[in-house]
Design a protein around this ligand. Structure first.
Ligand code: GLA
Length: 670
């Protein structure tokens, strides 16, 4: 099967910033890339000032020579449109392109990502550069992927300048049509905020007290769309002049500011930058969640890990390196969850600049170093996994993720400011992860027919259409597990009246009378049969209608009231979890998974991650040992592609060890 570009096998390499080095160094670079098995480098990400030294002067000579050199050595290029860092001359000629913060500070030149997404000058300049690059290099043999911009929303996710305000008003006019509709949606009779003219509306700048929540929610939607408009302007250029080469822009994992469902729809290949912290012993769980999201953004199509650190980063307060084993294990983890490439920031460690202490494939010390050995080893390993490119995972379980609801949940002045969607989702995801149950993410309205179970860690903002979608999923035989504080408001952040969670009450068979958030450092007991577990963050005065009680509160003012319920609805069942159970959510999910016939990929010891990618005629079982101790596990017969060894029934994994087992016999139905 083939991967996301015309390069065969898995992709390996990283960001390459040759402008930081003399051309003699380039010759060494390509030679060493070959030694390491590198087959793709990302070029030009921060090259704008070099490529366009003045308004009408261009210098492509160096990039011509570089791309020729790469092509001559069989290294492909992911060529950037170079638009993430506008040059000084452009900023000085048009200081209005610099972004402005909520309290009115215009951010200066001297770092990167210094542009206002709504600036017409920025957008025109960026698309002009993208067109020059596309026209010049679309037929170049090295170029296999276009890389638009870099990490949209990194550093600057919103700008509060006059151009942004004007753009926001346009966006609001498109959304609401007339001011009466906006006044209704924003509930402007509250605190005398009624608008009589469009030009009275401003972005939610620093204000004396809480800003209108619907205004803030619309602002979040607008900011994601404003950056998306920048992307789409460049994408249109590449669609026209890019020679049919696939297009990507690198995402930043589960990133709150950008609605990646909307973005991914316009990408040919999803790519992601992921920097799990080696100092965090649980970092691999959040990494797995991010990778599953990336795979899900284009309905299971292979994606690219566009950037990871070979070892330490340089931007945390304390930057702990990865051991060679950890670096290798975490690289396989991305492939295990659907990546067809493992790329890094960056190829050669910078000598100067803000990132000189960031690890690289080729470290400051050069080749005779353990860091370089690690680089060569990973290249060899990925070559051995070449046949995995293009294969896919399947999941029986889906988690609903919706950016609108994320933004709304985290608005101010809620019963608790401690509810953060990423953390809630990670807690639910982690409960499935430790059971080695593969999970996809889906947006509201997605086709759920292939999923036995749908998890809803939180969907604070639930439209009537989304509630109907979930209800019919259950009526048709699905299993839904719904977390607390879901189904509370509509698309305008207005409360659904009549008892929470009004639009989901039928399917869940419960009504919530009042929210009882749990103070920091406190907990309440929840009783499952003869087991008592602590719940933190949140609890609710819950009443059952048609639902039955699965667990009840066992301490505090809600003692004796239901905490977790189950409701038969049509041909399916819906569970409601009114408190934050942490790991104890496993008591609920074990019941749900058993009820739905959801099985782990493989029964393995705790700490071992198992996933499976399937291709025509073969399956590839990834077994990753995240523990510091060795382990032995039962496996089907097959060949470990990393060692070439035939395995018969048992596998020994060293601490932080990995195996990729190729099996050709049919896998049991899950
Ligand atoms: C991001 C950027 C890179 C680099 C790395 C460092 O992912 O895209 O340019 O700054 O972080 O970790």
């Amino acid at each position: 099967m083939s991967g996301p570009t015309r390069v065969p096998g898995l992709l390996y390499g990283g960001d390459y910033n040759p402008e930081q080095w003399s051309e003699e160094v380039w010759a060494e670079d390509v030679r060493l890339m070959k030694d390491a098995g590198v087959n793709l480098v990302t070029v030009g990400v921060f090259s704008w000032a070099r490529l366009q030294p003045g308004p009408d002067t261009w210098d492509f000579g160096w990039l011509d020579r570089l791309l020729d050199l790469l092509a001559a050595h069989g290294v492909a290029a992911d060529l950037a449109t170079a638009t993430a860092s506008p040059p000084a001359w452009l900023v000085r000629a048009h200081p209005e392109i610099l972004p402005v913060t909520a309290d009115g500070v215009r951010l200066e030149f001297g770092s990167r990502q210094h542009y206002c997404p709504s600036s017409p000058v920025y957008r025109e300049s960026a698309t002009r550069l993208a067109r020059k690059i596309a026209e010049r290099y679309r037929d170049h043999p090295a170029v296999v992927l276009w890389h638009i911009h870099n990490e949209y929303g990194d550093h600057v996710t919103e700008c509060f300048c006059a151009a942004s305000a004007a753009d926001f008003r346009h966006w609001l006019r498109d959304r609401y049509g007339d001011l009466a509709a906006l006044n209704r949606a924003w509930a402007t009779d509250f605190w005398s905020q009624r608008y009589g003219r469009w030009d009275e509306i401003e972005p939610p700048r620093a204000a004396p007290g809480p800003v209108n929540p619907t205004q803030v929610l619309d602002w979040r939607r607008f900011c994601s769309d404003a950056l998306l408009a920048c992307y789409l302007a460049e994408k249109a250029v590449l669609d026209e002049d890019g020679g049919g080469i696939p297009v990507t822009t690198n995402f930043m994992s589960m990133f709150k500011s950008l609605d990646y469902w909307a973005w991914a729809a316009h990408e040919d290949v999803v790519s992601d930058d992921a920097y799990p912290d080696p100092a965090d012993p649980e970092a691999h769980v959040a990494a797995a969640m991010n990778y599953d999201l990336m795979r899900s953004l284009k309905a299971g199509r292979p994606w690219l890990l566009m950037e990871q650190a070979p070892s330490a980063v340089s931007w945390r307060p304390v930057n702990v390196p990865k051991t060679p084993e950890l670096s290798r294990l975490w690289s396989f983890q991305a492939v295990a969850r659907g990546a067809d490439g493992v790329l890094h920031f960056q190829w050669r460690a910078s000598r100067a600049g803000a990132e000189k202490y960031h690890s690289a494939l080729l470290p400051h010390r050069g080749t005779g170093s353990p860091q370089w050995d690690r680089t060569v080893r990973l290249g060899r390993d990925l070559t051995r996994l070449a046949e995995i490119a293009g294969t896919r995972l399947t999941a029986d379980v889906a988690i609903v993720l919706d950016w609108d609801s994320w933004w709304a949940l985290e608005l101010e002045d809620h019963p608790s400011s401690r509810l953060l969607l990423r953390e809630l989702t990670l807690s639910w995801y982690g409960t499935a992860y430790v059971r080695n149950v593969t999970v996809d993410f889906v947006p509201p309205g997605a086709d759920l027919t292939s999923y036995r179970v749908v998890l809803l860690p939180n969907l604070y903002l639930t439209t009537d259409a989304t509630a109907a979608w979930l209800t019919s999923y259950v009526a048709d035989g699905g299993r839904l597990v719904c977390g607390f504080f879901s189904g509370i408001v509509n698309e305008h952040d207005h409360v659904h009246l009549g008892g929470y969670p009004a639009p989901l009450r039928d399917v869940l068979g419960v009504v919530v009378d009042e929210f009882w958030p749990v103070p920091d450092d406190a907990s309440v007991d929840v009783v499952f049969g003869d087991r008592r577990v602590p719940a933190t963050l949140w609890s609710e005065w819950l009443e059952t209608g048609t639902a039955e009680t699965v667990a009840g509160y066992g301490s505090g003012p809600l003692t004796g009231r239901p905490a977790v319920t189950r409701n038969a609805h049509g041909a399916g069942r819906a569970w409601y979890v009114s408190c934050h159970l942490g790991d104890a959510l496993g008591h609920v999910l074990d019941e749900v998974f058993a009820d739905a016939g959801v099985r782990p990929v493989l029964d393995v010891p705790a700490g071992v991650e198992a996933t499976r990618r399937d291709g025509p005629g073969a399956s590839f079982l990834f077994l990753l040992n995240h523990r510091d101790a060795g382990t032995e596990l039962p496996v089907p017969d097959g060949i470990d592609l990393l060692t070439g060894t035939a395995l018969r029934g048992t596998l020994r994994l060293p601490p932080l060890g990995a195996a990729v087992l190729k099996t050709t016999h049919p896998q049991p139905e899950r």
